[in-house]
Design a protein. Sequence first.
Length: 209
Amino acid sequence: MKREQLEVYFIMGSQNVKSNEPLAVLEKALQAGVTIFQFREKGADARTGQAYEDFARACQKLCQKYTIPFIVNDDIELALKLDADGLHIGQDDLSVKEARKRIGEKILGVSVHTMSELEVAIQFDTDYVGIGPIYGTKSKDDAKPATGTRFLNQVATNYPSLPIVGIGGITPENTHEVIRAGGDGVAVISAICESEDIQATVQLFKINK
Ligand code: 3NM
């Protein structure tokens, strides 16, 4: 993948959208210029069964309309069934080795928090790594404590050719810190999902880099 594709990495599930119209939010974000999308339907209020799959397909269709990569969080079966563009996994999901073996050439992203996790991700040709939470976040129940940009900076310095996206509490106001530390882009849930003007917010993420 090209590292520019990580510039504004939008992540969403229906649980992140108060209006009950997540597809409308996704389409606004796509129109506004997000560069990649991750389907992350998780938590107590998440859709399940057929409703989950139908919603994923609807999100994928919108991403295809705007020619933006559609990445599935955690659920490799869904990623394969829908022929998604990629899969993003954390450390509690299936192993990086198994994920790479099963998805072949699709985009693989891995969340890493330590150098040893990073080395495993690289060993199995991760296309990018997600590093966070950089700042405090309310969008992930089991998030680790916020770390700031130190680890991200260490990774960017040691692995200059590895695409990196920062995540966790990122807003248009702090995005430049992530980029200055060596991130190629920012992964965002709430600053976009809860924005009253998604067009303006996405533009600000790009301008403030
Ligand atoms: N992963 P927001 S933080 C999905 O640290 C996710 O790996 C994180 O949401 C990690 O932009 C996070 O609302 C939530 O803070 C990001």
